[in-house]
Design a protein around this ligand. Structure first.
Ligand code: NAD
Length: 252
């Protein structure tokens, strides 16, 4: 019960890493608001957890929707201690083939969405005397990928947004911490789609499995357990940091 008494808002909670965080947080005693733009899948994910956990529809690119999701969380549970910004998208295409429209869409969700989320939770977290914001970056926010320029740039933005938010909160003495998480390939629907649309899906899967020195693809729960640490008071001296969960991928 490492998160007992706490309330978390988790975006992208209908699927993959966000969903795994919702499950893991609930098991640690946290009351969870699952947020996603995919209403049907999100409601089903929340129903799996049962009461008191609940679902809110949220498109993270919409400022007004953020205000409504935060208000619903505080209305339901009276507080907000943890935000996990996990909603994200990736669109392939090297710098010669990527379009401005795809660049803007990736940034709208990954960077603008994370910015809006960080801003939206400050008031309720200040009212609680502190909180923990966890921003889902990626190893693609640390090193480049020739086929994902927009994704890498957006995840790099998340990494430094995180440090700026952390420093502001520290300077103000709010008790709000902000850290980024950097997974490598994790077995989720996002990666399934990437493999399915590759020229040679079998080859793509094998490459992904071989990418990490630990010799396997990550599990969503590998990331969720790291998120529990950042969300809990165990990490009370950790802010502005980047926690890499990549099976050693970026160590070489
Ligand atoms: P996923 O596709 O399984 O889940 C992403 C969720 O985000 C979906 O439920 C989707 O509906 C939601 N979403 C997308 N756009 C949204 C929007 N505008 N508003 C609200 N919700 C929206 O993906 P995942 O693999 O679980 O990825 C979660 C996060 O982890 C992403 O930020 C991703 O970039 C990051 N990440 C994933 C991997 C990986 O290998 N899977 C690796 C590193 C980082």
């Amino acid at each position: 019960m490492r998160l007992a008494g706490k309330v978390a808002l988790i975006t992208g909670a209908a699927s993959g890493i966000g969903r795994a965080c919702a499950h893991r947080f609930a098991r640690e005693g946290c009351r969870v608001v699952l947020a996603d733009r995919d209403e049907a899948t999100g409601r089903a994910a929340a129903a799996e957890l049962g009461e008191p956990h609940l679902f809110v529809t949220l498109d993270v690119t919409q400022e007004a929707a953020w205000a409504a999701a935060v208000a619903r969380t505080v209305e339901a549970f009276g507080r907000l201690d943890i935000l996990v910004n996990s909603a994200g998208i990736g669109i392939g295409g090297d710098i010669e083939t990527a379009t401005l429209a795809s660049w803007r869409l990736v940034h709208a969700v990954n960077s603008d969405g994370t910015f809006l989320g960080c801003r939206a939770v400050f008031a309720p977290m200040k009212a609680c005397g502190g909180g923990s914001i966890i921003n889902m970056s990626s190893v693609a926010g640390l090193v480049g990928d020739p086929d994902l320029p927009a994704y890498c740039a957006s995840k790099g933005a998340v990494r430094l947004l995180t440090k700026s938010v952390a420093l502001h909160a520290a300077r103000q003495g709010y008790g709000i911490r902000c850290n980024s998480l950097h997974p490598s390939f994790v077995q989720t629907p996002m990666v399934d789609r990437m493999i399915a649309t590759a020229k040679d899906p079998d080859k793509a899967r094998k490459q992904i499995e071989r990418a990490a020195p630990l010799g396997r693809i990550g599990e969503a729960d590998d990331v969720a357990t790291a998120a529990v640490f950042l969300a809990s008071d165990e990490s009370k001296f950790v802010t502005g940091s980047e926690l890499v969960v990549d099976g050693g991928t970026t160590a070489r």
